[in-house]
Design a protein around this ligand. Sequence first.
Ligand SMILES: [Zn+2]
Length: 246
Amino acid sequence: MKIQTPGLIIKETNIGENDKLLVILTRDHGIIRVFADGVRRMKSKNAAATSLLCYSDFVLYQNKDTYKLSSSTPIELFFDLRYNLEELSLAQYFCEMAMRLTPEEFEPTEILRLLLNSLYFLTNKTKPLNIVKAVTELKLISLAGFMPNLTGCAMCGEENAFRFSFSEGCLFCLECQNDAKDTTVLSPTVLAAMRHIVYSDFGKIYSFEIPEKDAEILSLVTEKYISVQSEYKFKTLDFYKSVKES
Ligand SMILES: [Zn+2]
């Protein structure tokens, strides 16, 4: 059966001399693995649209769970990301997050949209990297079914609640006694940013500005939340950090 869908390549593995196995986050078929024969040949007409981070329109042959590439047309290649190792490694972390966290049972339209937006902001450099990272982490984990409850204290409902529990994904006010472990006290600025990312309309999630110091803390909080909730250690995050430090 022949199918056609746009999709973002979130992983590529070379096979043999000329072929690749692609992992594609598609708009219509979830995450699929696609055998792409001959795409590493110089003359291949599919060479341009079949690399990591390419967003392309794919025509595929589907046989049960197996997909083979027929043709591909580039839509957005995010080419500039390949020139900056810090941005490239952060983009690869986004891809690993999507691969790990996209639920199999639902259409990943929103996750695809989030990733495309994030790659766009990485490419055009209009947002600090810490903000792009924090928005992607917190929105992705929310879309994956682990949305934190940031409305107010989980015990008394008080809106001015700043103690955030990573494992329970909720807030406690400073008065409420509880034995929640693994908590951190958020500044009003960081909490406001988190509420913005979780609750505002999709088109507006990037539209906020906070001082660099707060962005750094926000990024550490969202990073820890995603790792606690997913119970997973992302290798690409370690790599991004080592690039950032050097
Ligand atoms: Zn309370």
